[in-house]
Design a protein around this ligand. Structure first.
Ligand SMILES: Cc1cc2nc3c(=O)[nH]c(=O)nc-3n(C[C@H](O)[C@H](O)[C@H](O)COP(=O)(O)O)c2cc1C
Length: 153
């Protein structure tokens, strides 16, 4: 199979990055760029890659939706029995990546994860559409399912 990936190239001609245009607070700057990403009209503007590392040092990544941003940091929701959650229980170091290459930019975040309070999680769960609530209940994340029928039931 020949993919000819070498032939994909383009000129990066959008505005450059100037220190004087950057806010001193990286979270404020991030919010500005998130607004621009939303305005661009791409699907799932809040999608980010979440990287974790398991007990053997093996990194792994997956797409997760950013659901909030405040002074404490970046908020996402996931199943606490998932592979990522198990990784993070053993090693709370985490990296997020926002691949906004269509705007000729990307944002990388490195830090440690902290669980949200039960009341915050419940508030979010209650706010979700019924189908999403059922999906979250039914899905044992990161594990194979024996049949589609079982999942649908
Ligand atoms: C567009 C998109 C959005 C997703 N959003 C979430 C999310 O917000 N939370 C989540 O746990 N999984 C989300 N997933 C599923 C994850 O990518 C992943 O498959 C799942 O969380 C299991 O990952 P793990 O086995 O590495 O823990 C999303 C997948 C896609 C493609």
């Amino acid at each position: 199979m020949e993919l000819k990936l070498e032939d994909f190239r383009r000129e990066y001609t959008q505005a450059g990055l100037d220190r004087q245009d950057l806010d001193d607070n990286p979270l404020v700057q991030f919010g500005r760029w998130m607004d621009q990403t939303i305005e661009s009209g791409i699907p799932d503007p809040n999608a980010m890659t979440v990287a974790t590392v398991d007990s053997t040092g093996q990194p792994s990544q997956r797409i997760v939706l950013l659901k909030n941003l405040d002074d404490r940091g970046f908020v996402f929701y996931t199943n606490l029995r998932s592979r990522k959650a198990q990784d993070l229980q053993q090693n709370p170091k985490i990296s997020l990546h926002f691949p906004w290459y269509f705007l000729e930019r990307q944002v990388k975040v490195c830090g440690v994860v902290e669980p949200l309070s039960t009341s915050e999680v419940l508030k979010y769960f209650i706010s979700r559409p019924r189908e999403s609530q059922l999906g979250a209940w039914a899905s044992q994340q990161s594990r194979p399912i024996s049949s589609r029928e079982l999942l649908m039931r």
